[in-house]
Design a protein around this ligand. Structure first.
Ligand code: TRP
Length: 467
């Protein structure tokens, strides 16, 4: 089966060694797996949230594009594009915005951090906060959902955004009654090293402790490596490799055998200065050939433009039809399709539209009583366990029609949904259930509970009239 893997790179900075080891290299590696359908893009609309410096945004887009291509990304095997070349993304953003709960966005970490800072400084809670920052998670959800990506490789700080994308997808599916979207999953690469920076903390622009990947050439690479903080042990003294940033960076570029040899040399008293030279040479052996390609690409930006536009065309071939379907689903439909007569534009009565899910009871061949739950579209969602007593089957019927989706105790066991009531397994779903089976079941239980409540209210009103 093809897994669609998608990730975005915010185009604000210059790629550094930490980006290469933590994101670029593993993503390119993953894209070579024949079972992976990789979508990688410059999140340049997201960049506008972080930077209002046009030249910086422009330069960063180019440098990041060149870096990924130079590091070996094959634009023919992958879909490599700029977010801003895919107008379906902002269009989808709006459709999603209209089902997104504002309360959820209030809880987004980046927004909350800004508010907390303001409150701490006794400013207005939203001082300096743009609506762009606030909407960041919805734009990111559109990035992912426009392609129905299955897996999204991200850093830990982005997990909440993936959860929000799932929430938004579920709400949309539920509101418009169909599985338009698959629910994406965050992919956290545990084995991939987070590279330490010059001062030993995680290499990050915000700590100002980065080692450049290509910019500045070998000279800048060497100069940065010489600035890596080490302890004060003198040449000849045994060095500790355990919490040495220098050693950790070496390990990220070297084979196990090279790493063991380097550790031996350090334990044997190799001077830090010499160790830095060894590290520089090892890193440059991998990065040097890429740097040549990088420089060639940066010298011909029009070539990158062609590659990116071809990527956008591939991306739009997928997002375009999906957004077309969604427009139709939400009611943004062509007026030409149906004759503009009064009947045609009069919406169908709501009662007729809202066909609820259905419960059916039946007697099995062995004489036991069972219950089935069907979705509104006829799909069988649950089959109950057999009951000897028809009253027990009746009680389950009653429970199913009132419990609602949120309260239902459902878990997935061996690929099947299992519903329990009072600690007893009472019904199971079909074997081939996918990720969307659970939200579908919950949605149906919700619809059923709503229909039951409506019916009860109507009966009560009727009884009231009679009295
Ligand atoms: N927010 C991500 C980051 O800062 C970048 C990003 C934008 C992204 N859209 C995305 C990542 C979609 C994954 C999927 O790292």
């Amino acid at each position: 089966m093809h897994t669609r893997v998608l990730t975005g790179i915010t185009t604000t900075g210059t790629p550094h060694l930490g980006n290469y080891v933590g994101a670029i290299r593993p993503a390119i590696q993953a894209s070579r797996d024949p079972n992976v359908d990789a979508f990688y893009f410059m999140a340049d609309y997201h960049a506008l949230i972080k930077s209002d410096d046009p030249d910086r945004v422009e330069a960063s887009r180019l440098m990041i594009t060149a870096s990924w291509l130079a590091a070996g990304l094959d634009p023919d095997r992958t879909t490599f594009y700029r977010q801003s070349d895919v107008p379906e993304v902002p269009e989808l953003t709006w459709l999603l915005t209209c089902v997104t709960s504002k309360g959820m966005l209030n809880r987004a970490h980046a927004y909350k951090a800004a508010v907390d800072r303001n409150i701490e400084n006794q400013e207005d809670a939203d001082a300096g906060v743009t609506a762009g920052l606030y909407m960041y998670p919805v734009l990111m959800a559109a990035d992912i959902l426009a392609f129905n990506a299955n897996k999204v490789p991200v850093g830990r700080d982005q997990i909440q955004h993936i959860e929000m994308a799932r929430d938004i997808a579920q709400r949309f599916n539920h509101t418009y009654g169909r599985d338009f979207f698959v629910l994406p999953e965050a992919l956290i690469e545990e084995q991939v090293a987070t590279l330490p920076g010059l001062d030993g903390r995680k290499m990050s622009k915000s700590y100002d402790n980065t080692i450049p990947l290509f910019e500045g050439g070998p000279k800048a690479l060497r100069e940065a490596i010489m600035k890596i903080v080490t302890d004060s042990r003198a040449p000849g003294e045994a060095k500790d490799t355990d919490d040495s940033a220098l050693f950790t960076i070496y390990k990220a570029f070297a084979s196990p055998a090279e790493t063991a040899a380097f550790a031996d040399a350090l334990h044997g008293g190799l001077a830090w200065g010499d160790a830095k030279q060894v590290l520089f040479e090892r890193v440059d052996a991998e990065v040097g050939p890429m740097r040549e390609r990088y420089n060639a690409l940066m010298a011909r930006p029009e070539q990158m433009e062609d590659i990116l536009l071809a990527g956008a065309a591939k991306a739009r071939a997928i997002a375009g039809p999906l957004v077309e379907t969604l427009r139709e689903a939400v009611g943004l439909r062509s007026a030409r399709r149906t004759p503009k007569t009064a009947e045609a534009v009069t919406p169908a009565p709501v009662v007729a539209k809202a066909k609820p899910p259905r419960i059916a009871s039946f007697r099995d061949t062995d004489g036991s009583f069972r219950v089935r739950l069907f979705a509104a579209d006829g799909e069988e969602l649950l089959l109950s366990v057999p009951f000897a007593d028809p009253k027990a089957a009746g009680a389950l019927r009653q429970a199913l029609s009132t419990m609602g989706g949120t309260n239902a105790i459902v878990e997935a066991k061996e690929g099947r949904l299992v519903l329990s009531v009072d600690g007893q397994v009472v019904a199971t779903g079909s074997e081939s259930s996918d990720d969307s089976a659970l939200p579908r079941l919950r949605a149906s239980l919700d619809a059923l509970a709503a229909a039951t409540a409506e019916e009860a209210a109507a009966k009560a009103a009727h009884a009231g009239q009679g009295a």
